[in-house]
Write a protein that binds this ligand. Structure first.
Ligand code: AMP
Ligand code: ZN
Length: 496
């Protein structure tokens, strides 16, 4: 098997993945800001990292996956001023800021569950780690890379850049970065145009504030991820991820903070997922073009022609490599719906097939099956290329279908080839890609329950208890579920 290669945003090349401690991977992903619902763009990023997490585990690594919840400190716009988004929303809805946090955290978890994303190993919150953030700010101050002005602490970007390249992650020089910022005005406290706040002084009426050596305040936008990644993964860890939009500011500042505090760059591999777009424009909370997952699942949005099941959406995302942009459209989702059904049907066929006796082995067919299955791992090892895996799977579908129609027999390939095909199809679709039943909206539960009923019916028939077997069949039919007894002895079901 080829070695896993990851495109590292820091080096801008694909590198062979070598973890710091053999067998273990520490991965930190910037999580959601829970002052409103996550939109589908956010979900793309979290689904991409869920696949990466699952694949690393498939490779045998023990993975500690940390994904934070940002529940404090995000200010309006891109400036170090104004109210934070949590306080603003809380005031608007006349509730406690922590009620906002609770509501949207629960909503986020529900959406992740519907998409069948596995929970991270640790999900730390910014408000739960205020003291760790304060300690880091103190150390950065002590090391001389920050300064305090009237209760607010700023990171001194120009001083830092004289020693370490500040724009290293996005390969930009200080002059270019400065060009994109406004001149400082008379009221500005900051010394440098690129300086950012590590700690922000709170006005008395500010709803979320904590005591600190610099007075009452709250953390800046970037320090939480530096403090929490250090706490749970150490000063240096393997993978840091997030959406591409975070690279230029948030992640750039995280690197500067860790260097200024601990004199090391936090992560060895930086993975950035590309944006989900709508008619070419990035989906974002502020642009107002963000579909909410439940709008998608119910079809309740003017831009949606119909409802789409969570698994259709997940599959739609997997059809594109995580570093390419993905444009949302009804046509693409409808094509994904068909594609997933085709693949899932093939999976069910291959699951129901048993290898009987070996026939005359068709060497070319046997080789083709083996090569395509080998493609699965090779494509994932090539920077997690899910799109290429799916292409190989789709090439196997006609072969599987011809086993079903008996144009070909499984005996035409070797038993070990058949077992490998069967196993890898299952492992990839369910364990690595995290796909469940394709029946609309049921997220696998219905499938599981029906499989159980089919099994009970099979057992009833085996002991000639036809009353029970007929009851199962007839009552399901009344509820609109048709059981089909296939010629090969398998039983499948469909909604009438
Ligand atoms: P936020 O809640 O805005 O902090 O975003 C949570 C995560 O979603 C971050 O990793 C963002 O980079 C990512 N993200 C935001 N918008 C999009 C988008 N349109 N497509 C993909 N990822 C996004
Ligand atoms: Zn972060």
């Amino acid at each position: 098997m080829s070695a896993l290669k990851i495109y590292n945003s820091l080096s801008r090349t694909k590198e062979v993945f070598t973890p710091i401690t053999p067998g273990y991977v520490g991965m930190y992903v910037c999580g959601p800001t829970v002052y409103s619902d996550v939109h589908l763009g956010n979900c793309r990023t979290f689904i991409s990292f869920d696949i990466i997490y699952r694949y690393l585990k498939y490779l045998g690594y023990k993975v500690r996956y940390v994904r934070n919840i940002t529940d404090a400190g995000h200010l309006e716009g891109d400036r170090d001023e104004g109210d934070d988004k949590f306080s603003k929303k809380a005031r608007l809805e006349q509730v406690e800021p922590m009620e906002i946090v609770q509501k949207y955290t629960l909503g986020f978890h529900e959406v992740m569950r519907l998409f069948n994303n596995q929970p991270p190993s640790i999900e730390p919150t910014a408000t739960g780690h205020i003291s760790e953030q304060i300690e880091m700010v103190k150390q950065i101050l002590a090391n001389g890379y920050a300064y305090e002005v009237d209760g607010t602490v700023y990171f001194d970007v120009e001083k830092y850049d004289r020693e370490k390249p500040y724009g290293i992650l996005t390969n930009r020089k200080m002059e270019d970065l400065l060009e994109g910022t406004r001149e400082l005005g008379g009221q500005d406290e900051k010394r440098g145009r690129l300086d950012f706040a590590l700690w922000i002084k709170a006005k008395p009426e500010h709803l979320m504030q904590w005591p600190s050596p610099w007075g009452m305040g709250f953390p800046g936008w970037h320090i939480e991820c530096s403090a929490m990644s250090e706490k749970y993964l150490g000063k240096q860890f393997d993978i840091h991820g997030g959406g591409m939009d975070l690279a230029a500011t948030h992640h750039t500042n995280e690197i500067a903070q860790s260097q200024a505090c601990f004199h090391v760059s936090p992560a060895n591999y930086w993975i950035h997922t590309n944006m989900l777009t709508v008619n070419g424009a990035r989906m974002s909370k502020s642009a107002g073009n963000g579909f909410l997952p439940h709008e998608l699942f119910t079809g309740n949005h003017p831009l949606l022609e119909k409802a789409y099941a969570p698994m259709t959406v997940r599959f739609f995302m997997l059809q594109t490599h995580y570093r390419s942009t993905l444009d949302f459209s009804n046509e693409a989702l409808q094509a994904a719906e068909k594609g997933l059904k085709r693949l899932w049907d093939a999976y069910e066929i291959v699951e129901s097939l048993e290898y009987g006796v070996q026939d005359l082995v068709d060497e070319a067919l046997d080789q083709k099956c083996n090569d395509l299955v080998t493609e699965f791992d090779n494509s994932m090892n090539d920077d997690f290329n899910t799109a290429k895996v799916l292409a190989a799977m789709f090439e196997l579908v006609p072969v599987i279908n011809s086993f079903k129609t008996q144009q070909l027999s499984v005996g035409n390939i070797r038993p070990e080839t058949f077992e490998r095909l069967k196993q890898q199809f299952r492992v990839y679709l369910t364990d690595i890609f995290g796909l469940t039943s394709v029946k609309e909206g049921d997220n696998g539960l219905l499938d599981g329950v029906l499989e159980l009923l089919i099994q009970i019916r099979k057992e009833a028939r085996a002991r000639k208890d036809f009353a029970t077997s007929d009851k199962i069949r007839n009552e399901l039919q009344q509820k609109g579920v048709i059981l089909k007894d296939n010629k090969d002895g398998s039983v499948t079901w469909e909604v009438a």
